[in-house]
Design a protein. Sequence first.
Length: 396
Amino acid sequence: MGTRSGIGVKERCRLQQDRWNGDSHRIFAKVTGVGGVPAEGVAAVLVRVSALGTNAATTLRAWSPGASSSVPVVKAPMNADASADAIIPVASDGTIAIATAAGATDVTVDVLGYYPNGPEVENRSEVVSETLIMPMTELGSSPAPVPVAPVVPEAPAVPAPGAPPEGEDFVGIGAEVGYESMSQGAIQPGEIRTVALNGLPAQATSALVTVTTSDSTKKGKLRIGQIGEKVNAATVKVRKAKTRTAILVVPVVGGTVQISASKKPAVQVKVEVLGYRTSALPLKARGMSARKLIKTKFDGTQVKLSKVTGIGDVPKKKKKVLAVILRVTTKGKGADGRFAAYAVGGVDRGSRSATVTAKGKTTSIVVAEVGDEGLVALASNVPTKVRVKVVGYIRR
């Protein structure tokens, strides 16, 4: 179903908020008897629900018509797109219901799979992957959320060099420049460019990255992931002549991604790799309002420890969080250098991480795995002032 294209609805429309008690701006999506889903015998469906072009911060909810409760599936900021997956029971007429909490938005519903009738799935209703993620940052200004495309790659989980302990499959590498288009020229309108990302092993199936777009000739969109499979590519908006940085989860194959611009802009692109996963499970990255972790000075020899669990939305229990996403602002005091964040009890993986410049401030996004007692280690190899904020985390 797609309201923008008029698929599965009577005509082009937008889903609107209920304005008063009894108002019923709902959309009922038919999810059985289409594609590979049987017309009968379906207890629940795994759907991907997307909010597109919202005009207010909102939450999309889904449920089986006639059920007593609904599931909050997608949280979307104003003027943005967001997607998430959920398992929703199906009504006897083969439909599920969708409603929005505020404003108006276009909506798409894609069926990813179904559950046959059976006691183990009846009345099951749960969000299975959360795909709204992280700040889109014009560095130095306040962040605003952007969506992340869901990742459903199929590749074996093979231990990578420097991989985490057995049972884990996420590696936080701090930050490493994976690709810059300057060497090959701007991504041209409609071009699909396959690039290898530095810092990724061939076994990686998904990666947490920052994508910085600059020098765009016109406004438009950029897609990154596996372009041949639309659901496996993340989309970011490109502004004419402006530099913007988005944090995304993208699917990777053999250490590579595909990047394409829409039909209007030519744009320069830089991709920095923050971490990666080696299993077929979705990488569950969550964004949050920035919360201060530390503001201090480093003399170039110190290592300082900070507890990150329980800060803001970060789970208090270490077993629920793999890594934190940090926004690091440094101000050098005479020499260029490197600032690193890594797990206490773990190792500094030696990546570029946050940069320190001799003059002026530099803002970087880095990932630090969470170590013993929920602690991360912070260190700089040159004297610098540092302000660190937690802006997200990676769930187990």
